[in-house]
Design a protein around this ligand. Sequence first.
Ligand SMILES: [Zn+2]
Length: 199
Amino acid sequence: MGFNKAFNDLAKSFSKFPGVGRRSAERMAFYILKMKPEEVKDMALKMEEIHNHIKPCSLCNNFSTKDICSICSDPKREKDVICIVEEPKDIMAIEKTSRYRGLYYVLLGSISPIEGINAENLNLQKLINRLEKKEIREIIISTDPDNDGEITAQYLIKLLSSYDVKIYRIAIGVPLGTQIEYIDSATLGQALTERKAIA
Ligand SMILES: [Zn+2]
């Protein structure tokens, strides 16, 4: 394989990362060229390791090295309160606020009409199972305060209203067009405390 092809293939791989355009992807590929061979090996190994050892928690879909994640298996957490988020990184953001002691449920996405993702693509079965077993008293919907997050929240409110559960929406207010992970800890903590009762 010639240099150009090898370089372009690598840059193309980097351009798949979120927020990385063609120029940045090329800079990353150049950087790899300048790295020491053992550094490249170490990086590749870490990527492989995270893939082999981290899997979704079988209860909440959070990233975990075990079948059940550290939050779901923590005896000090409130087991009957569930905060629904789009991605595992949202859990990290909410945990940083230290204002929440319940469990989570990760949708692994949101409804997005533009991207053709609809309600059937959301990972809801494990949550429904727990609702049917009446294990949940309270649900806080913390999808992103953007368009897709709001559509997802409205869908969830409709779906969850048929169960005997209190439903809240995180109080970020009118859609701000942002994402949970970018909201500062103080504002996010406040939004959790002031959550709005929906049903
Ligand atoms: Zn879990």
